[in-house]
Design a binder for this molecule. Structure first.
Ligand code: NAP
Length: 245
C-alpha cells in the first residue's frame, strides 16, 4: 500500500473531488481542503474511505489566509507525518461586465486564486524543499494563456499569475521539488453549470473535440504529473483543452 500523502485544496467539489478520488484509487493518505462546503468534504471522505480503504482528513482552511495555510500544513503533518504532493486546485470566478466589476470582487478573485497559490507554495513548498522531496501541481486555466474574456479579466489575470508562480517556484525549489501547472479549458463543474445554453453552444464550437471536459480528464493528468512517469517534467504548463481552435 502506498502511504504517500496528498493535499488537494478545494478538494470537496468539482475537479478537486475527482483529483481526490484519483489519488485515493492508488492508496494515498488524503487531505481534503475546503472553505465552506463541509458536508461535501465529509461525504467525500466517507466515500473514499469506504471504497478505497484510505486514510483521509477534511480540513477547513481559506487558502488566501496565511494562518489557515499554516494550519493546513501543521494539521496534515500532525496526522500523516509527511506531505508528498500538493495540488493547488481551489479557485473561484466572478463573471461580470466591466461596469459592475468592483475592486473588491477583483481582489477576492486574486486573493483566492493567486495569493492562495502563493501561500501554499510558500509554506507547504518550503517544507518539501527542506525535506528535499515533493511535487506541486497548480491548476491554472487556458484563461491564463489565451482564451481571454473581458467578463472574467480578474480570473484571467489570476490564472496568468498562477503560471508565473509555477515557474518561479520551480526555479526556487529545484532540484528537489517539481512544480508544474495544468491549464484546463472548459470543464463540466459547478463553475460552468450556471452558464446559459447559448453561450455553451458557442464555446463548444471553438473546441476541436466539440464538448467540455469531464473532471476525470483533468484529474488523470494531475495524477500523471504527480507520478514517477513524469519524473523529468518540471516548470511546464500542460494544456488540457480538447484542442481550442
Ligand atoms: P468548483 O466546482 O467551484 O470547486 C471549487 C473548489 O474550491 C471548492 O472545493 C471550494 O470549496 C474551493 N475553494 C474556493 N475558494 C476557496 C478558498 N478560499 N480556500 C479553500 N478552498 C476554496 O470549481 P472547479 O470548476 O472544480 O474548479 C477547480 C479549479 O479548476 C479552479 O482553480 C478553477 O479555476 C480551475 N478551472 C476550472 C475550469 C472549469 O471549466 N470548471 C476550467 C479551467 C480551470 P468551498 O465549496 O468550500 O468554497
Amino acid at each position: 500500500m502506498n502511504k504517500k500523502t496528498v493535499i488537494v485544496t478545494g478538494g470537496s467539489r468539482g475537479i478537486g473531488k475527482a483529483i481526490v478520488k484519483s489519488f485515493a484509487e492508488i492508496g494515498y493518505n488524503i487531505v481534503i481542503n475546503y472553505k465552506t462546503s463541509e458536508n461535501d468534504a465529509l461525504s467525500l471522505k466517507k466515500e473514499i474511505e469506504e471504497t478505497y480503504g484510505v486514510s483521509s482528513i477534511t480540513l477547513k482552511a481559506d487558502v488566501s489566509c496565511e494562518e489557515d495555510v499554516k494550519k493546513l500544513l501543521n494539521k496534515t503533518l500532525d496526522k500523516f507525518g509527511s506531505i508528498d504532493i500538493l495540488v493547488n486546485n481551489a479557485g473561484i470566478a466572478h463573471d461580470n461586465f466591466l461596469e459592475f466589476k468592483t475592486k473588491d470582487e477583483f481582489l477576492d478573485t486574486l486573493n483566492t486564486n493567486l495569493v492562495g497559490t502563493f501561500l501554499t507554495c510558500k509554506y507547504i513548498g518550503s517544507y518539501m524543499f527542506e525535506k528535499k522531496k515533493g511535487n506541486i501541481i497548480n491548476i491554472s486555466s487556458t484563461n491564463g494563456i489565451d482564451t481571454l474574456y473581458p467578463e472574467s479579466m480578474d480570473y484571467d489575470a489570476s490564472k496568468a499569475g498562477v503560471i508565473s508562480l509555477t515557474k518561479n517556484f520551480a526555479n526556487l525549489y529545484a532540484p528537489y521539488v517539481r512544480v508544474n501547472s495544468i491549464a484546463p479549458g472548459w470543464v463540466n463543474t459547478d463553475i460552468t453549470k450556471e452558464l446559459d445554453k447559448e453561450f455553451i453552444d458557442l464555446e463548444v464550437k471553438k473546441i476541436l473535440l466539440e464538448r467540455f471536459a469531464d473532471v476525470e480528464e483533468i484529474s488523470k493528468v494531475v495524477k500523471f504529473l504527480a507520478s514517477d512517469d513524469a519524473s523529468y517534467i518540471n516548470k511546464t504548463i500542460i494544456r488540457v483543452d480538447g484542442g481550442l481552435k
